[in-house]
Design a protein. Structure first.
Length: 342
């Protein structure tokens, strides 16, 4: 019974880890969030940048969205006279970059649609909106509900009007590190961001922890196999062959695990491997980014990204402990010579 329980727990946490990592790869990898405190960007600036962008920029920068930090306002279902507090987000561009993968009904509000909105499931319930197509009043203006988001927050997202100042930039890029994406956006960005949320970093950390059980299993299996061939009553030439093949297999296995475990961008590779100060500076920089993200600019998408990373860490840690502690391999795998020869 204990073995079945352990197997169940192992499968459960492995599933949680794989699910979290899949979400990170789909919604966080290849994305960069920038938050500014005292400088802002407008829709018109973004449109001008896109119009003047070269072939490289259009090739590698896949999408971009500007948005403002949520502000609390009243939302009213005028047909029923019901109202509720709502976190209003004004955006310019693809709303999916703000709350990726959350749309459960209807459609997002396209760029330029100033009469539509997207609301969360919680807000729809508070205002008794059974489906899309209903009308709500937000900040004195009527909006038609185009889509509903699967979110527990009372949220409403609209396309901001002309001249709106946005403090957050969400960029989706491909086949390049985040630093190169920032370099390409120098003509648009108003300077150095106060807070950075680099999706590749969290996706890489999630994958690294998710592979931890395989490292533990590999180390435990290698130690057991070494003990088997050293203690076995085999012919000398067989043991000699094993002593040569075993290190080769171990090195090959480590190489494969390294390739599977480390999925970080070129920003994390120093110019010279002897430059150990690179890693200390990088660790301090990323720690500062994480601290700023958690304490100053945590939003809906970044919260989900952090939770996904935490889920990978928890699942990897639990599975590693289970593999390390229990169950012991069957068939006398770890039996010593003394146990076989009393």
């Amino acid at each position: 019974m204990n073995v079945l329980l352990v197997i169940f727990v192992l499968i459960f946490f492995a599933g949680v880890g794989i699910s979290c990592y899949s979400s990170l790869r789909k919604h966080a990898a290849g994305e960069l969030g920038l938050v500014y405190r005292s400088t802002f960007v407008t829709r018109e600036q973004m449109e001008t940048w896109w119009q003047n962008a070269g072939e490289d920029e259009r090739k590698y920068i896949k999408d971009m969205t500007l948005w403002k930090a949520p502000e609390e306002v009243n939302a009213v279902n005028t047909s029923l006279g019901q109202s509720a507090k709502v976190q209003l987000i004004k955006a310019a561009g693809n709303m999916n970059l703000i709350m990726p993968g959350k749309l459960c009904e209807g459609s997002l509000v396209s760029d330029g649609d100033n009469t539509g909105c997207v609301v969360s499931k919680t807000l729809a319930q508070k205002l008794n909106l059974d489906e899309t197509g209903g009308m709500i009043q937000v900040s004195g203006k009527q909006y038609q509900v185009r889509g509903i988001l699967d979110s527990s927050e009372a949220v409403c997202i609209i396309q901001g009007g002309s001249g709106t100042l946005y403090s957050r930039v969400q960029v989706q890029y491909r086949n390049m590190p985040a630093s190169s994406a920032e370099q390409m956006l120098l003509g648009l960005l108003p300077g150095t961001a106060d807070v950075r949320a680099e999706g590749d970093l969290f996706s890489g950390l999630g994958g690294l922890f998710l592979m931890a059980p395989l490292w533990v299993l590999f180390a435990r299996s290698a130690a057991g196999l070494r003990r088997v061939y050293r203690n076995a009553a085999w012919k000398d030439w067989i043991k000699e062959l094993c002593s040569i093949c075993f290190p080769v297999l171990v090195i090959g296995g480590i190489g494969v695990l390294v390739l599977l475990s480390f999925h970080f961008s070129d920003d994390y590779i120093p110019g010279a491997w002897s430059d150990f100060s690179f890693f200390s500076r990088l660790a301090a920089e990323k720690a500062g980014d994480m601290k700023g993200l958690i304490t100053q600019a945590l939003d809906y998408r970044d919260r989900d990204m952090l939770l996904g990373t935490a889920g990978c860490m928890l699942a990897g840690s639990v599975c590693s402990v289970i593999i390390l502690k229990f169950p012991r391999p069957p068939f006398g795998f770890y039996n010593s010579r003394s146990n076989r020869h009393p």
